[in-house]
Write a protein that binds this ligand. Structure first.
Ligand code: PLP
Length: 431
């Protein structure tokens, strides 16, 4: 009985967590919520199964129906990204990146990257997957004012160091990357261009951001749970067609990078939910992506109107789902904590000029989840006024929290997904 109580404790925490998020404004730029139909697939029997290999070519029996799922998912991904190659097995964006690194670069070789301090992700950093592969990293110069890669500097750098891979991945991602020029320079020196679309995958799929595969990226990775609102996981797409022997080898290496490279079980229930999310995005992705970006721009304007220091004012604040705020030297952590007490969930973030990642001066905000529960322009003004009350007027966050909860009560249903077809698992209930 003692151990039952421990298990019950875990269940209770999950319920409390559901309640916390139901009453809050979740604004972490990398987070989202699952549609009911996707959620249902996560507790299907696929959860317990193995399917190493590719559809029709398995190491285990019992895969007939999963083969259908994976084949359909690959087709949907190719359609959504208008490309010739898709792999929906990676269990995370990081796993997808590791597979690509395993496939396309050898230990000791050089890749060009963005610095972590300028918004890159750890998987392409010297403490992450790139380090696991033992890659030599060289950083692009960055333009603080435009919050973007210094394109002329990047082209020069690529010509000089002649990397094996030119990597592009950003976790602070306000504006599209200048990859046309970077891809051209990379191809001139025989390098592949890798575009890590973890954050912006759903915006790209919704045709509201740059289109990397048309702008010269050889391969694109992404997380399937950020602006692309599927289950936690990753994917890899490419428009290489394998028409020459060399090109076929490129695709074979990508395939081999995922399995046996970095997966064994690849979480079949997540693959099934990914396939449903791909179908949902084909139907609703364009409208969803449009509204996410419009909301981020409205939020940037509304916060600016409240006197906040919002990045990229002269560039319209953002062209993505993110907003970056400066809240005073080293004050990011305190601001994020106070907002959390008011039921507003964000994260502290370094901004240009910061040197201490543990005491940054900024907040990164995202609109994917608020958009998914139906918020639009008017609500972004309301959201900005909660920030004003907590961070400027210094009202008691517990008091603001009551108002946040009341405000949130009208936004409880997930939009941009199939409303029919799932078999009755309530969005908020545990099972
Ligand atoms: C979030 C992120 C990842 C990692 O994705 P996970 O799915 O969390 O492993 C990789 N690259 C970038 C740029 C990211 O922002």
């Amino acid at each position: 009985m003692v151990w039952y109580d421990e298990a019950k404790y875990i269940q209770d925490q999950a319920k409390l967590n559901n309640q916390f998020f139901r009453d809050s404004l979740p604004m972490i730029a990398s987070e989202n919520v699952l549609s009911p139909m996707c959620k249902e697939l996560l507790i299907s029997d696929f959860h317990g199964r193995y399917a190493e290999g590719t559809p029709g070519n398995r190491y285990y029996e019992g895969c007939e129906f999963f083969d259908n799922v994976e084949r359909k998912g690959i087709d949907l991904a190719k359609k959504l990204f208008d490309c010739s190659y898709a792999d929906i097995r990676p269990t995370a964006g990081t796993t997808a990146n590791m597979a690509i690194l395993k496939a396309l670069i050898k230990p000791g070789e050089t890749a060009t990257v963005l610095d972590l301090a300028n918004g890159a992700h750890i998987s392409f950093g010297k403490w992450g997957a790139a380090a696991v592969r033992g890659i030599n990293l060289v950083s692009y110069p960055f333009n603080d004012k435009e919050m973007n890669i210094d394109v002329d500097g990047a082209v020069k750098l690529i010509k000089k160091v002649k990397p094996t891979l030119a990597l592009n991945g950003r976790s602070v991602f306000l504006f599209p990357s200048p990859i046309r020029e970077i891809a051209e320079a990379a191809h001139d020196v025989g390098a592949y261009l890798v575009y890590d679309a973890a954050h912006v995958l759903g915006l790209i799929a919704g045709k509201q951001f740059q289109d990397p595969l048309r702008e010269g990226a050889d391969v694109m990775s992404g997380s399937t749970h950020k602006t692309f609102p599927g289950p936690q996981g990753g994917m890899i797409v490419s428009n290489h067609k394998g028409e020459t022997k060399e090109d076929q080898s490129f695709l074979n290496r990508l395939n081999f990078g995922v399995f046996p490279g970095v997966t064994s079980s690849y979480h079949l229930h997540h693959v099934a939910a990914k396939a449903v999310a791909l179908a949902e995005h084909l139907e609703y992705g364009e409208a969803y992506a449009k509204q996410i970006i419009a909301n981020a721009q409205h939020l940037g304007q509304a916060l600016h109107d409240q006197g906040f220091d919002v990045f990229g004012e002269n560039l319209g604040f953002t062209k993505s789902h993110q907003i970056l705020l400066s809240v005073g030297k080293g004050k990011g952590r305190e601001a994020a904590k106070t907002l959390e007490q008011a039921g507003i969930v964000t994260n502290m973030n370094t901004i240009p000029g910061d040197t201490d990642p543990l005491n940054p001066s900024g907040l990164r905000l995202g609109t994917p989840e608020l958009t998914r529960i139906g918020m639009k322009k008017e609500e972004m003004k309301d959201v900005a006024s909660f920030y004003d009350r907590v961070l400027h007027k210094k009202e008691d966050p517990k008091k603001v929290r009551e108002d946040v909860k009341r405000f949130r009560a009208d936004f409880q249903e997930i939009q941009y997904c199939f409303k029919k077809g799932f078999r009755g698992y309530d969005y908020h209930s545990l099972i």
